[in-house]
Design a protein around this ligand. Structure first.
Ligand SMILES: [Zn+2]
Ligand SMILES: [Zn+2]
Length: 371
């Protein structure tokens, strides 16, 4: 089958929408006609080389659509409306066995190969392989994915909201609820108010955290954060120390959890310095592979301050994604307000431009009737 998809030829190259061949789904796989795909910073990490990615590749890992065809034993039927999870845990490795499927050793290893779970791609061009990104490759009209990535969408949830829930929202809310375990009355700061950071903020508000402090370089994003429930807005000004001082000041001594959603070492330092005794910086932004962080050592033993990592919100998609969308439907998580622009697949480079300029929250590629 021929499909239109946005192809990355190599680091630093613009994505180009072109026609590719898409093979039929194999055993345990499903072909999905995409309706919406969020544009995430992790996609851009592949473009600018922050994350090494096998090319040529079709990026995109935050999608939703309708299952069109399935291979043997897929366990899902054609016609199902699904959102996509990008980490099909194996259920058998040591990490899965101890209840940490988001750290699945085998899925993380296989993701780097650019194939599906058997190591081979379903995408090709003139007979040569084109690689998948995070098993999904949602910057396309259609894609073939491991069926384990497909999570049914509850009725009444639009595709664009469901798409975001599969990465940004799961990552942000999960960091707050699952990794950190924020409780009512905990003090929370969020550093970096893009799609993931704003999802963390919505999660903190929904969990009853107070105060909830938003930190960003952009005045527009801080205003949006206040509309979504932040009690305080602190502009990133004068570096990590100065910014953290402001957070400590407005929270009367620092936060229990400082969620860092930019991947920048200076923001991680600011998150750490924003915490109170026994507080934790929760790092969810993806830094460059060679990045290091330097922290003052004494407060770690003396004040029991901590650094916690969080990937994919420590999520279990089968359990957590339907729960997220149930909260959306009840009005407790206004996820539609994270979507600031809808653009066609052809405008994917414009979408990256909007994201890199820090304008708005999430851009969604509308493949076909995302609402
Ligand atoms: Zn993402
Ligand atoms: Zn596993």
């Amino acid at each position: 089958m021929r499909v239109r998809a946005a192809v990355l030829e190599g680091v630093g190259r613009p994505l180009q929408v072109q026609e590719l061949d898409l093979a039929a789904p194999g055993p345990g796989e499903a072909r999905v006609r995409l309706h919406a795909s969020g544009v995430c910073h992790s996609d851009y990490n592949a473009v600018d080389g922050t994350a090494e990615t096998r090319c040529p590749a079709v990026l995109g890992h935050e999608g939703a659509g309708v299952v069109e065809a399935v291979g043997e034993g897929a366990g899902i039927a054609a016609g199902a409306r699904v959102m996509l999870a990008w980490l099909p845990a194996c259920g058998r490795c040591d990490e899965c066995a101890r209840g940490l499927p988001h750290l699945c050793a085998s899925a993380w290893r296989d993701m780097g190969h650019g194939g599906l779970l058997d190591g081979t791609p379903r995408l090709s061009r003139d007979g040569a392989p084109v690689y998948h990104y995070s098993f999904l490759s949602t910057f396309a009209e259609r894609t073939v994915v491991p069926a384990a990535c497909c999570i049914p969408i509850p009725d009444g949830v639009p595709f664009d909201v469901a798409a975001l829930a599969g990465c940004a929202v799961a990552t942000g809310t999960g960091a707050v609820w699952r990794t950190a375990g924020v409780r009512p009355g905990d003090r929370v700061a969020v550093l970096g108010c893009g799609g993931v950071g704003m999802s963390a903020l919505l999660g903190a508000v929904a969990a009853g955290a107070h105060p909830v402090v938003a930190v960003d370089v952009s005045a527009d994003k801080l205003a949006a954060a206040e509309e979504l429930g932040a009690t305080h807005a602190v502009p990133w000004e004068g570096g990590a120390e100065r910014t953290a001082e402001r957070v400590v000041e407005v929270t009367g001594g620092g936060v229990d959890y400082a969620i860092e959603a930019t991947g920048r070492p200076e923001a991680a330092l600011a998150a750490f310095l924003s915490t109170r005794p026994r507080g934790a910086a929760v790092l969810i932004g993806i830094p460059r592979a060679d990045a290091t962080i330097t922290l003052p050592a004494l407060p770690i033993p003396r004040l029991e301050r901590r650094i916690i990592g969080s990937i994919y919100g420590s999520s279990r998609p089968q359990r957590d994604f339907p729960a997220l969308l149930a909260l959306y439907r009840r009005g407790r998580l206004p996820l539609d307000r994270l979507i600031s622009r809808r653009l066609p697949l052809e405008a994917v480079e414009e979408a990256f431009g909007i994201m890199r300029a820090g304008q708005g929250l999430r851009v969604v590629l509308d493949m076909e009737d995302a609402r």
